[in-house]
Design a protein around this ligand. Sequence first.
Ligand SMILES: [Zn+2]
Length: 439
Amino acid sequence: MAEKNQITGKKSVLFSIGSETIPQLLEFLRDRGISRVILVSDENEYRALGARVEQALQQNSIEVHNVVLRGEAVSADEVSITQALLPSDESNQMYIAVGSGTLTDIVRFVSYRAKSDFICLPTAPSVDGFASSGSSMTINGFKQTILSKPPLAIFADMDTLCNAPPGLIASGFGDMFGKYSALADWKLAHLIVNEPYNDVIAKRSRAARDSVAAASFKLTEDHEGSVLKVMEALVEEGLCMLEYGNSRPASGAEHHFSHYWEMKLLREKRPAVFHGSKVGIASIIIAGCYQLLHEISRDEAAACLSRTVRPDPEHEKDAIIRGFGNRLAETVTGTQAFYLSMADGDYQDLKNSIISHWDKVKQIAEQVPGQEVLINMLKQVGGVYHPSSLGMTDQDVLDALTYAHYVRGGFTILKLGRMLGWTAEFLFEMVVKGIPGDY
Ligand SMILES: [Zn+2]
């Protein structure tokens, strides 16, 4: 057990991690005169921490409305929203999310819409969204980030975090390893399409990532110390997103890849898999794309670019229907407005920007570690690194390589790769086939 409690107040999110979670929560509620609480968890998380919290609240004469979301895999969707919203009234109430990323996203959204505040009690260091203001929701089958608000406080119980399922802890590491390509993509977008960039925030995100990379080699010998490091880093990433105003500091092509898979699994009624596990594997694939970039000279890049033409809007819309189905086509098409409205001259300007910045593009690529480095780090934390370990088939990988770049509008290496003429089949051959099996 970590005996020390770390309290850092940043951008109005109080973060405390240690062994005094429940007393701190009670004091926090008492200070604010809160007498009514809506406690939201799922069955596992209720067992892990929720039941103890409920009991302590009741013993302190706080009215508790306990919402335990049922089912094997709770999703941040319309069904969960309704259940969590039901006990809400207009009184001086507080929502408390007991759980990992999904539960926090549900409560973040619901408490915002219910005009209440919420407190987050994470049960696993599994994702980086705890402190952020965006709720990652799946509405009508489309994975999207809806602006809500951050929690007032995050009280993390070290003992609960350390006893979280190993797969969830590995998922937290995987989400952090995604920052290599996320930060590279952000810089690439700044360079090529002049997207805003914030050096201070990028530096903080990088520092959090690097501390987790170092901790990955100590998880076995110092479980508690490593879990502490990854939890702190995940919260820091959430704060980076919160302060920057969107997910750019922590999410790039690897997240688009993961979101594509998530929507595909949902559409095909296949079991969900942990967010960070998908991100970890996608990070290996995207790191491979950066390695490819690194090997191309400016002349070769210019030759590749000269062979591709501006995507035809009608063909693009057909591709989106193929990749996402009719139901999501309109929403996905909406994210691509920038590319679909480009004239030939705009497309040529984009190519010119890429060629003129090629040296810097290569410098960005250099900063992304090789696939073997990421695989090794995932191995150290017991994480999976081959798509098949998550039940993803070759076709799932090919589909993500083809369609993931449509998930969001921001410029990433997948957009750049398309302009260079990289096809899904080429990328599969070059950056997927070489990934060793997990066993
Ligand atoms: Zn993530």
